[in-house]
Design a protein around this ligand. Structure first.
Ligand code: ATP
Ligand code: MG
Length: 569
């Protein structure tokens, strides 16, 4: 089905809460602080795939710039060579683009600034504001002290600029073993803020870098690289998560003490956490490495690529990110709010079809009484005059096993011996006979249809409450369908510490291998979100696209109530 419906422009989310970063940007624009310019950046470290937490940062950084006609740089923070890989760079680009954001030519790498950073390090040495320190990592830690213990001066703190310059150059040239020396900023070894107690700027590390190769053996630390990269790129608002709040004085110290071309400012917001989810890349990597999931793109993963494969629309993720707002308060958002946003979008865009996951054969014994070969059914039941497809009908059908009960309770409106139900779009049938196999299992129902009920209307106004989905046996497509549930049973798996894996939900994936789908689904392309009536939203799995493997994105309804309850707390 050709459909522009699947990629509509965003409607503005009306219930968007305030966003203090946006307010700061607006105020700065009014004051003309940065020459009426907004420049943000999204700075992923290419050591894993992006997750829904990153999506919040992407929507914020790109969103604010877009709103105020600014720019957003995609900057790979590749200062940590041993953990970074090209695969991650590629996946990050794909995910940002898929989320709907375009960085144009603005693709940067912190590693591109290694030479400039090196020159600035020499500059600080010459100014007497950096020194080469021979303390081992353990000794350095001990000298720094902690919140309660004052720091001690490194015995190498008073080396002269000449000596430091010589040693630093020899560090760069590979004269010293890994970890034997560092370059430290000479700030204040007793500052109450630990980040200012002579922080390390460079370490010696012989590791292969995904861009610079084996060329370098000293690598800049995050704090040294980040603000200077912002300064080089002319970033006005450098937005990061709260754990960097205490690093801000260091960020500012470097910028103030260097001849940088521009003064950027850092702003912090609370990172997103989701219930029933782990978000740390280290944990996600462990799930992948230990084959506990089908790679980073497993549809149960909180990664952007997993959510895409699961069938979460990009627009739903953007809406979610807008609706949760931006603040400095710790955020542990109910995952059902994300799911609500997914259903909200899919309900609008997904055409309806029928499929049976657990087929039970139904034979229409009086099929000869009608000439029904198929029904023209709308793809959107709310738009009966809109696009439609033919749903073929025949004497043998499949219905859902769960829709039959031999001993039905009083309020059962589905199939049972002697009961009449409506087959969606087709007509009314009554169950006359139940056929069982040797083991006593129900294998077939024999039913009669009311020839006067074409389309599903009851001819004499008699009440038929239940409406079932169905598929014609001879026309059905065979398919595999994967049903997903939450990957963890525990609301906060990370709270279990090292035991977090024990919270994995053993039933998070259920594979149905003998699903029967209506034939029109053969023509649905891989990216199209669909609804199987009564069962949920589905999309074809990207790995088995042509072989008809469907992933269930979500069921149609959920305990949305839980979210509302939490909201009113
Ligand atoms: P992790 O600690 O899991 O490795 P990270 O913060 O180191 O994640 P980066 O690749 O450095 O991951 O993050 C890139 C950007 O995304 C940063 O600006 C970071 O603040 C932001 N970000 C990462 N995780 C979240 C989150 N859960 N919520 C909001 N923003 C996040
Ligand atoms: Mg990081």
């Amino acid at each position: 089905m050709p459909d522009n419906k699947q990629n509509p422009p965003d409607k503005i989310v009306e219930d968007r809460p305030s966003n203090f970063i946006r307010d700061i940007v607006m105020a700065d624009l009014e004051k003309g602080t940065n020459g009426e310019r907004v420049a943000t950046r999204f700075p992923p470290e290419p050591n894993g795939y992006l997750h829904i937490g990153h999506a919040k940062s992407i929507v914020l950084n790109f969103g604010v710039a877009r709103e105020f006609e600014g720019t957003t740089n995609l900057r790979f923070d590749d200062t940590n060579p041993s953990k970074e890989e090209q695969e991650y760079v590629d996946s990050i680009k794909e995910d940002v683009r898929w989320l709907g954001y375009d960085w144009g030519e603005r693709e940067y790498y912190a590693s591109n600034y290694f030479d400039q950073l090196y020159q600035w390090a020499e500059y600080l040495i010459e100014q007497g504001k950096a020194y080469v320190c021979d303390l081992s990592p353990e000794e350095s830690r001990e000298h720094r002290g902690n919140y309660y213990t004052p720091g001690k001066a490194s015995p190498y703190r008073d080396r002269t600029p000449t000596e430091n310059l010589d040693l630093f150059r020899r560090m760069r040239d590979g004269e010293f073993p890994d970890g034997s020396k560092t370059l430290k900023a000479k700030i204040d070894f007793q500052n109450p803020n630990m980040n200012l107690r002579d922080p390390v700027m460079y370490r010696i590390l012989r590791a292969h870098h995904h861009r610079t190769g084996d060329k370098g053996c000293i690598y800049p630390m995050y704090d040294w690289a980040h603000g200077q990269s912002d300064a080089i790129e002319g970033i006005t608002h450098s937005i990061c998560t709260l754990e960097f709040e205490d690093h801000r004085p260091l960020y500012d110290w470097f910028v103030e003490n260097l001849p940088v071309p521009h003064t950027p400012h850092q702003y912090e917001f609370a990172r997103l956490n989701l219930t029933y989810t782990v978000m740390s890349k280290r944990k996600l990597l462990q799930l992948v490495k230990e084959n506990l999931v089908d790679g980073w793109t497993d549809p149960r993963m909180p990664t952007i690529s997993g959510m895409r494969r699961r069938g979460f629309p990009a627009q739903a993720i953007r809406n979610f990110a807008e609706r949760i707002g931006v603040s400095k308060n710790h955020q542990n958002v109910d995952v059902s709010l994300l799911e609500f946003n997914v259903r909200d979008v899919l309900n609008e865009i997904a055409p309806r079809y029928m499929g049976v996951l657990n087929p039970l054969k139904v034979t229409i014994t009086n099929y000869d009484a009608v000439d029904w070969t198929g029904f023209d059914a709308p793809l959107d039941p709310n738009d009966p005059e809109g696009p439609s497809r033919i749903v073929p009908f025949s004497s043998v059908l499949y219905v859902e096993k769960d829709d039959f009960k031999e001993e039905a309770p009083r309020k059962w409106h589905r199939l049972a011996p002697g009961k009449e139900v409506r087959l969606r779009y087709a007509g009314l049938i009554t169950c006359d006979e139940v056929v069982k196999d040797d083991k006593g299992e129900v294998v077939e129902l024999k039913c009669t249809l009311d020839p006067e009920s074409k389309g599903g209307n009851s001819p004499d106004g008699r009440k038929v409450r239940g409406t079932l989905h169905w598929v014609s046996a001879e026309h059905a497509l065979d398919a595999e369908v994967r049903l997903y549930d939450r990957l963890f049973n525990n609301e906060n798996p990370a709270s279990l510490g090292d035991d977090w894996l024990s919270a994995m939900n053993p039933e998070s994936l259920q594979v149905v291998t003998n699903a029967k789908l209506e034939p029109a689904l053969a023509d649905v392309d891989c990216q199209t979100h669909v609804q199987f009536e009564r069962l949920g939203y589905f999309i074809q799995d990207s790995s088995g696209c042509k072989g008809k493997v469907f992933n269930r994105t979500l069921t149609l309804r959920d305990s949305w109530a839980t979210f509302e309850k939490n909201q009113s707390k």
